[in-house]
Design a protein around this ligand. Structure first.
Ligand SMILES: [Zn+2]
Ligand SMILES: [Zn+2]
Length: 481
């Protein structure tokens, strides 16, 4: 019964409870809106789940901002309202005219809006040697301070080099991302999240989604914005902290069932289950950038992937047990779900669970306060205890329960993040970076490109090689040229 519930609003705010009869319903009659307070909420009349509203304009602003970051420095049109914005000259040559030179560099003109863009990649990287040295030192764990000292350059010069390297890496990534998106019709994806600087308590989250077959990291997003906070719902105000810090309940045992139950209890203790920042009683707020509400950052993350994959026949997305990821994925991939092309599930398993080995027949399991359909399967060994896997199918289109239990592990995505934290430890944990997290953005762009194109999990095998979009691993020279 809500006059204010427009189709655009409902498209983001429908019921996301998989057990509710009105799950996914876009019928306004099934919802009620509370508008009295500063933070309007929407309730599903059938299952009574209540959520803060996600606002369409603010979400679309978040998508635009994430895209602007990914496209910064690419040889592509920068016209804000142009249909060619962010589209690489290299991948979309028919959208541009060659338009003379700027110095030695080729210049192009956008056929749609006539803006010109200079192709910095049309000449060799004049600092290639320095860039390769810097990357090699970064990858072996040297701090920025140590690298500047070794190369006898100022910190600012080093910083400028790293920013240029990030542009080169984004350019490389944009080409390979394009090939990855066109590699086939079936995508088995995995998502996980982490705090960007786990020891800094600055509220900055890092969300990653990758291909579980090849381990190609397709998308990563941070809830950081260069815009000033306004009264906008997309931002977390500087006064945002929880009044009480509810200590997380430790699992009763190390058994997977108990771990799942304690996570579920922790989610229920949040003010809203899709906000992992709820329990923070202190946030070291970034000095120069604004914190974005996790659900907006994550939805924008998936909306970009949805755009790339919306015509695929089958997309399966496994994720760690985190309602923020699930809610965002449900609203972003809703059209694929309606076409019966989308499966979404939570997946947790013991560390030693063997990928590719069949487990026992999945059994349903419930725990206190569990509202979702979990099932458990086991792999037995000759000696010692069995390894377990727990799955909760949130959206079921094509996968049977048995098939869901045979999916690849999520651990490559989790390890991708852990490896960044380990390799870039000195930068991640540097005290002055606590309130300047945006300084890590160029490192993240470099790290993703390196991981996908150069990092060999087995000899000769990079994620891009495994995805069939690269013939062999790129050397650091090839990555940065
Ligand atoms: Zn409902
Ligand atoms: Zn244009």
């Amino acid at each position: 019964m809500s006059d204010n519930l427009s189709p655009e609003l409902l498209a983001l705010n429908f019921c996301k409870n998989p057990l509710c009869a009105d799950f996914g319903s876009l019928n306004t009659a099934n919802y009620s809106l509370s508008t009295g307070s500063q933070n309007p909420q929407i309730a599903c009349i059938h299952c009574h789940s209540i959520s803060p509203i996600i606002w369409p304009t603010e979400l679309s602003n978040e998508v635009t901002e994430q895209l602007e970051h990914n496209n910064r420095g690419l040889t592509a049109c920068t016209g804000e309202d142009c249909m060619n914005v962010g589209l690489n000259v290299q991948l979309h040559p028919n959208r541009y005219y060659a338009f003379g030179f700027s110095g030695d560099k080729q210049r192009y003109r956008c056929k749609s809006c006539q803006k010109t863009v200079v192709d910095r990649f049309s000449v060799e990287n004049p600092n290639l040697k320095t860039h390769v040295t810097i990357l090699a030192l970064l990858l072996t764990g040297f701090s920025l301070k140590e690298i500047a000292a070794k190369l006898k350059i100022q910190a600012k010069t080093l910083n400028d080099h790293i920013k240029t390297m990030a542009i080169i890496c984004r350019q490389k990534s944009s080409v390979f991302d394009h090939h990855w998106q066109n590699k086939g019709q079936l995508f088995l994806l995995g998502s996980d999240w982490s705090f960007l600087q786990p020891k800094s308590h600055n509220g900055v989250l890092w969300v990653c989604t990758g291909d579980l077959d090849s381990h190609y990291i397709a998308q990563q997003s941070l809830n950081l914005s260069e815009q000033k906070i306004t009264t906008n719902h997309r931002f977390i105000g500087r006064d945002f902290v929880a009044s009480i810090n509810t200590a997380a309940t430790a699992p009763k045992t190390k058994a997977l069932k108990d771990i799942t139950e304690s996570l579920s209890v922790a989610h229920q203790e949040r003010t809203h289950r899709n906000n992992p920042l709820h329990n923070q009683t202190q946030i070291n707020y970034p000095a120069k950038s604004s914190l974005v509400s996790p659900i907006y950052c994550t939805s924008a993350h998936y909306l970009q992937l949805n755009q790339a994959l919306e015509n695929k026949e089958q997309v399966v997305l496994s994720m760690s047990f985190e309602p923020m990821l699930a809610d965002a994925a449900m609203l972003s991939f809703n059209a694929l779900r309606q076409k019966q092309s989308f499966d979404l599930l939570y997946q947790i398993e013991d560390e030693n669970w063997l990928e590719g080995k069949t487990g026992s027949k999945p059994q349903l399991f419930k725990f206190d306060g569990s509202v979702e359909p979990w099932s458990l399967s086991e792999q037995w060994h000759l000696r010692g205890k069995a390894d377990q896997r727990a799955i909760c199918q949130l959206v079921e289109s094509n996968l049977t329960q048995k098939q869901a239990h045979q999916l690849p592990k999520l651990s490559p995505i989790t390890q991708y993040m852990a490896r960044f934290h380990a390799m870039f430890k000195s930068s991640v944990n540097e005290p002055r970076r606590k309130r300047r997290p945006e300084g890590l953005l160029p490192l993240l762009d470099i790290y993703r490109a390196w991981n996908n194109l150069c990092h060999q999990e087995n000899p000769g095998e990079t994620p891009a090689v495994n995805a069939g979009i690269s013939e062999k691993p790129l050397s650091l020279d090839q990555l940065l040229q």
